[in-house]
Design a protein around this ligand. Sequence first.
Ligand SMILES: Nc1ncnc2c1ncn2[C@@H]1O[C@H](COP(=O)(O)OP(=O)(O)OP(=O)(O)O)[C@@H](O)[C@H]1O
Ligand SMILES: [Mg+2]
Length: 318
Amino acid sequence: MDPGNEILRVEQLKKYFRTPRGMLHAVDDVSFSIDEGKTLGVVGESGCGKTTLGRAILRLHEPTSGAVMFNGENILNYSAGKMKAMRKDMQIIFQDPFASLNPNMTVSQAIAEPLLIQGLYRRGSQEINRRIHQMMDMVGLASRLINTYPHELDGGRRQRIGIARALVLNPKFIVCDEPVSALDISIQAQILNLMQDLQQQLKLTYLFITHNLSVVKHLSDDIIVMYLGQLVEKAPARRLFQNPLHPYTRALLSAIPVPDPDYRMERILLEGELTSPISPKPGCRFARRCVCAVPACFEENIRLKEVEPGHFVSCHLA
Ligand SMILES: Nc1ncnc2c1ncn2[C@@H]1O[C@H](COP(=O)(O)OP(=O)(O)OP(=O)(O)O)[C@@H](O)[C@H]1O
Ligand SMILES: [Mg+2]
């Protein structure tokens, strides 16, 4: 196997939220790595911790414990000053560009903001104007739009601003949190193509979070499947679709509305009680909904194990 060039390694990452009803285990002991220039897809149903994982990696939510090794250094040990400099390398593209953009900022101001915060250019200088035009061109925004406001633009153009803001500092790693799910279907493909072109051009590494399994299959090198804060399966994208091993992954893939040539199966409906992410009990979190569960599943915690090269699963029965 190609050893690859690892850029990010997440080790036993936890993010718990204190809630009135107890500790909510939003991300619970998640480990994986990504090689430079690759895309790791993150899937799992609503509330399983995808956004929290992405934000914890960037320290937008301060992790409870674990390590985030970026180019070999644990950024969780970085001071605020060092972390600010680090932001140049690690960025995020949000789901809803309308909510994430300041309505009072023009396209030009929105793209300039990260550069000004980092103190890289002077406001109004020729250099910053050149950089803004360059970014607009890179993400496919016509230069006549430079002084428009977000509300004057459609969803696709707004997301192009979001992408330009994320890329203007020349980052290496981007968390893409459902970057197209708020967009019209007709525009989704354009934005996904743009993101793929930019990845090639700029050698970007993506953590790509989505509900859309067809999208994730198309874009990802590897995929991780999350269930209630935990990683239940990880595999090369094609392999996951050909040979899903965790009962949860099988149920998730069976719900794809469009028939997939790699994966034909009867729809598996998930029944049974959802385990609470608040102070969860030991054992597999999926056990209560799992058709294959045996008594051990309710008692013993399970570790992710490698069942074939690059294919990991956390299930007693795999
Ligand atoms: N700031 C917060 N305070 C308390 N609980 C939170 C907070 N943010 C998220 N959670 C909880 O953490 C869990 C994971 O949420 P998260 O938003 O990461 O899920 P998600 O997989 O991104 O879901 P979706 O697909 O709906 O975006 C949920 O139970 C959520 O209610
Ligand atoms: Mg989310």
